[in-house]
Design a protein around this ligand. Structure first.
Ligand SMILES: [Zn+2]
Length: 270
């Protein structure tokens, strides 16, 4: 009954007109929406409306949640769901937004086995208990065109998609059973290459944070796929193809080729 009711409500919400004021905010803060096809833009707008009804936004450290904040975050989160029948992040209840980087208390074990607590600087995290935490400063940069190849929102929501298939292991639910073999082979290969390069200090064109676990590899590859699709398809064509099948879209159609010749900077993520 709960599922049927939710589907009925989603259909009603999706039929609503997207407020013109929201469209203006998105055109400014998430300009790629203007380069989507009409059908894709309409789908994204209706997913955003469902997202607003089903998820709660909470400001942390006195941060005020405005329409711009909600729209920039929801647009990036819902972009991952385009062309998928299911989704809308069923396990997610709330998005907690800090104004910028924040400190998270972490328990670490030192070299002689003692556990102590330290503060770690973070831009975002996917918690248990149905919450995603992001820094607005990083979320805003990820939504804009002049980006550095990163999006904390895409990163954390990729973790959610991964977790929906059970566990954080870089193996989300793929649309077809026949896709698992090549997904597993190609992502394993690319992960091993990034680990080797990161360990030996060789230059890398994927965030070396992805070398810490298969789950982080999937999350940083998702960021590159959407934020720097031209570079990823050129330098990692097999990985690009797997992600294009999984996400059922090709971001090269709506992202400009990167104009930056500066070496990428990799911010802290979690
Ligand atoms: Zn992560």
């Amino acid at each position: 009954m709960g599922w049927l009711w939710r589907e009925w409500r989603r259909r009603r919400i999706r039929g609503r007109e997207f407020p013109a004021e929201w469209a203006h905010i998105l055109a400014r803060t998430f300009p790629r929406i203007l380069r989507l096809s009409d059908a894709d833009r309409a789908e994204l707008e209706s997913r955003i409306q469902v997202f607003f009804i089903e998820k709660r936004f909470e400001g942390a450290a006195d941060f005020e949640i405005t329409d711009e904040v909600r729209l920039s975050i929801a647009a990036q989160a819902c972009l991952l769901l385009l062309h998928h029948d299911t989704g809308d992040y069923p396990d997610l209840l709330s998005i907690i937004v800090y104004p910028g980087e924040y400190l998270a208390r972490q328990r670490v074990r030192d070299e002689i086995g003692l556990v102590r607590e330290t503060d770690q600087v973070r831009l975002g995290e996917t918690g248990a208990r149905g919450a995603v935490v992001v820094s607005w400063d990083a979320a805003r940069r990820g939504a804009s065109d002049e980006n550095d190849g990163h999006s904390v929102v895409l990163h954390e929501f990729a973790h959610l998609l991964d977790a929906e298939a059970g566990g954080f292991d870089g193996a989300p639910r793929l649309p077809r059973r026949s896709m698992y073999e090549s997904w597993s082979r190609i992502l394993k290969d690319e992960y091993a290459t990034l680990q080797r390069r990161a360990a030996s200090g060789e230059p890398v064109d994927l965030n070396p944070y992805g070398a810490t676990s298969p789950a982080e590899f999937f999350a940083v590859a998702t960021e590159s796929f959407f934020q720097e699709p031209h570079a990823l398809s050129q330098n990692h064509p097999a990985l690009f193809e797997e992600l294009a099948h999984f996400y059922r879209q090709d971001p090269r159609g709506f992202m400009p080729p990167s104009s930056s010749s500066a070496p990428p900077q990799y911010p802290p993520v979690s």
